[in-house]
Design a protein around this ligand. Sequence first.
Ligand code: GSH
Length: 219
Amino acid sequence: MAAVELFSYEACPYAQRARMALIEKGIAFTLTEVDLYNKPDWFKALSPYGKVPLLRHNDNLVYESRIINEYLEDAFPDRPLLPHDAVLRSKARIWIDYCDSYLMPALHKLIADRRDDDKQKENRKAVAEKFLFMENEGLRKLSAGPYWLGADVSLVDLQFMPFLERFPCYEALWGAAIPAECTRLKAWIKAMQTRDSHNKTAMPFEFHMTRYRRYDEAA
Ligand SMILES: N[C@@H](CCC(=O)N[C@@H](CS)C(=O)NCC(=O)O)C(=O)O
């Protein structure tokens, strides 16, 4: 057994974050795909939350994508993905949190309210506001790019990217859009699309659409 093993599911954006961190840090790992629709008994016994991603490093089990990525940063300090400077580190953590606490709930509302046109108008506006905040308070204030914190990719980039990869489905199915003013955000997406960590973990638009259409078709 390799010292580092990631239990993952190909469609899972959270597992993708951890896979991207392992690739960016150049850590050798074994990838074990788990069928989440028919969870094997060994996985139920191993995973305290029954979810992926789950990381096993020697005998230590780590779960929750954000905590896995911070653990990898602590346990494998070579090729750092967080700045050393305490101030910059705090800014990185603020944006990592922004993704989960603000952007993702706004995106989830587009799925939850898909049958309610009035709510969807508000939801589309709320998503646009989140992108504008990321553009103006994040990307434009923090660095000249191309990545979130500057010339080097960081855990912030890996936190957001799986959701931006899937965003074209939110555009196609629920009419959300990245505002035209978000030129830095659009350039950031392009920069991320050149990275190995993205290209080795990303799935095609149609793959994601098949999954999101299931929500759209569900009652
Ligand atoms: N907050 C968790 C979310 C992980 C998550 O929701 N994983 C989904 C797949 S995308 C899962 O394992 N679902 C199986 C289940 O809930 O039974 C993280 O960041 O790791």
